[in-house]
Ligand binder design. Structure first.
Ligand code: 13P
Length: 342
């Protein structure tokens, strides 16, 4: 195993002041983002949209890596450069989403299980050729009263994540291991804590069983939050404390970094939560960074709206969100910084 390469890439992805942009939406997901803005979901619109993000001048100061979708890693910018090269020109590491989405897991009440292991070794070799240096696989854990997640759903998803991670490392790609506990539901923050703790224990047990090199991977967890429909909201500080407490109990110090997903939180709240975690006393065993899709893209997408004359505005909005999240990595995000773009 190329231990040094894997460790080097993992550390570069969590270098201080920088984080990851997830721009790896499937055709169906990007369609759901485009639809409310009246943008038609064509290959050319997807290419133009991703080009707007990936060619934003100066973005390499705040973004260390970008997760691409299969279509995007094969596309080129207007100037003829493959997107992968445009990223490298800004000092950004290209990555690739390799899971194939979720299906209802047989034997459960339709809990999600992530697919995509068949032929994965060959696909990883091709992505490596195309320039990817890291990969992502998202497992989804749903909370439903006391019924879900079931042990079966937790173990099946953890096992797939661990097999994916082992295959990635064989192919010299750093696996981002993403077990997302969904925000949907009316559950309390305590219930989210309990489910996240169980999920992470199960995932790290499977990673160990599959001989995954912890020093050569990154964890992409959700934050510990009350459900979106919970009658009991939690303060920014309470979320930060619960999340770091949960991670300290479950994530080995050997893991080089934690890169959160935003999970449907508003842009500003996701940034505020990351900031508050980085302000907690005592050094955490790992850097706490971001790998957001929606919380980095909502503002630029709304500014762009499918209109090529609005690319400058959209890129400004993207650069601003990236700058705010970069500041949050050092606990230096503030209301003034947030307002500075307005
Ligand atoms: P969100 O930040 O929108 O949750 O997406 C992150 C991601 O990559 C999901 O797999």
């Amino acid at each position: 195993m190329a231990t040094k390469t894997l460790e080097g890439t993992a550390h570069a992805l969590v270098a201080s002041g920088r984080g990851i942009l997830a721009a790896d939406e499937s055709h169906a997901t990007i369609g759901r983002r485009f639809e409310p803005l009246g943008i038609s979901n064509t290959e050319e619109n997807r290419r133009r949209y991703r080009q707007m993000l990936l060619t934003t001048k100066g973005i390499g100061e705040f973004i260390s890596g970008v997760i691409l979708f299969d279509e995007t890693i094969r596309q080129t910018a207007d100037d003829g450069r493959p997107f992968v090269e445009a990223l490298r020109d800004q000092g950004i590491i290209p990555g690739i989403k390799v899971d194939r989405g979720t299906k209802p897991l047989a034997g459960t009440s339709a809990e999600p299980v992530t697919e995509g292991l068949d032929g994965l070794g060959e696909r990883l070799a091709e992505y490596k050729q195309l320039g990817a240096r890291f990969a992502k696989w998202r497992a989804v854990i749903a909370i439903d009263d006391d019924r879900a997640p079931t042990r079966l759903a937790l173990e099946t998803n953890a096992s797939a994540l661990a097999r994916y991670a082992a295959l990635c490392q064989e192919a010299e790609l750093v696996p981002i291991v993403e077990p997302e506990v969904l925000l949907d539901g009316a559950h309390s923050i305590e219930r989210c804590f309990e489910v996240t703790e169980t999920t992470l224990h199960t995932v790290f047990d499977a990673l160990w069983a599959n001989k995954v090199l912890l020093e050569g991977m990154l964890l992409k967890p959700s934050m510990v939050l009350p459900g979106a429909a919970s009658p009991r909201p939690a303060s920014v500080e309470a979320v930060a404390e619960a999340t770091v407490r949960c991670l300290r109990r479950t994530v080995p110090a050997a893991v080089p970094g934690i890169v959160f997903l935003s999970g449907g939180q508003s842009d500003e709240l996701a940034t505020a939560h990351l900031n508050a975690m980085n302000r907690l006393p005592g050094p955490a065993p790992w850097p706490l960074s971001f790998s957001f899709a929606r919380a980095l893209q909502a503002a630029p997408l709304t500014a762009w709206r499918g209109d090529q004359t609005r690319v400058d505005d959209a890129q400004r909005a993207f650069l601003h969100r990236a700058r705010c999240n970069s500041a949050a990595r050092a606990g230096a995000y503030s209301a003034e910084l947030e307002r500075s773009a307005r």
